[in-house]
Design a binder for this molecule. Structure first.
Ligand SMILES: CC(=O)[C@@H](O)[C@H](O)COP(=O)(O)O
Ligand SMILES: NCC(=O)COP(=O)(O)O
Length: 250
């Protein structure tokens, strides 16, 4: 089965937050993504709400429940109490635990499973108690012992951190090497009984080689590159709309 696509709405929210106005609409663009066949919506609410606001979560949950009951809500975040309470309130189908601290501009590494075993054991247990699927962010390092800890703490899946792979957009040899490492990591995870997601800086250009190397990839979550493409491919029609609004014949 091909990898599912979950559309990350953080970049849309960040654009919206430039003004005290309700557009671009996070929920509205989430609806368009689901109408176009996305399998789910991803958000990564951070404590300072610089992207997704906590008030976005209820409307996204309601959108899925009322209009797209087959779709999944994926909430990503560092498992501090505030995030866990948001998860308890909005019951996403999947929670992705990410080891980023609040000051980080974006997520840039996976868990150190050896060091974080205790924290993950407690949190994963709490989330599994709510009946949620739990995924844990993991570097593309084929370290069997570390990945075994992800399994032992009760995670259902890992999400491969693909940032370094995405960074090789102008280095095909580097991309090939990293796709190999990510693939080896995925093979170990599958062997341990974990499912595998992937995300960070994935694009239309770098996805095909990744899904070819990891044919059992369950899901990719994509925000930045997808939003950039939405702007690029939507720009021409939008300029025509505004020209018409100016009274020009188009
Ligand atoms: C977990 C991860 O890799 C990223 O998805 C992160 O959630 C992206 O968030 P920003 O778009 O806010 O950087
Ligand atoms: N989990 C990764 C994600 O949701 C999106 O990351 P990006 O495409 O915005 O880099």
């Amino acid at each position: 089965m091909p990898a599912k696509l979950s559309v990350n709405l953080n970049a849309i929210a960040m654009l919206r937050n430039r003004r005290d106005l309700p557009w671009p609409s996070v929920t509205g663009l989430g609806r368009i993504a689901l109408q176009a066949g996305a399998s789910g919506l991803t958000v990564h609410p951070r404590p300072d709400q610089r992207h997704i606001r906590f008030s976005d979560l209820g409307p996204i949950r309601a959108l899925i429940d009322t209009e797209f009951p087959e779709a999944e809500f994926n909430m990503e975040g560092y498992p501090e109490e505030g995030f866990l309470r948001l998860v308890e309130m909005h019951r996403p189908e999947q929670v992705t635990l990410v080891p980023d601290d609040p000051a980080q501009a974006t997520s840039d590494h996976g868990w150190d499973f050896r060091k974080s075993r205790g924290v993950l054991e407690t949190v994963v247990g709490r989330l599994k108690g709510l009946g949620l699927r739990v995924s844990v962010f993991a570097d593309g390092e084929p370290d069997r012992e570390a990945l075994a800890i992800a399994r032992e703490v009760g995670a259902d899946r890992i999400e491969l951190y693909t940032g370094p792979y995405g960074g090789c957009y102008d280095d095909s040899a580097g991309a090939e090497r990293l796709a190999g490492r990510l693939g080896e990591t995925a093979d170990i995870a599958f062997d341990l009984g974990l499912g595998v997601n992937a995300g960070h800086d994935l694009t239309v250009a770098n996805l095909p080689a990744l899904v070819a190397r990891i044919p059992r990839l369950a899901e990719v979550s994509i925000g930045h590159g997808l939003t950039a493409d939405a702007l690029e491919y939507g720009m021409a029609e939008t300029v025509r709309r505004f020209r018409r609004a100016c009274g020009q014949s188009v």
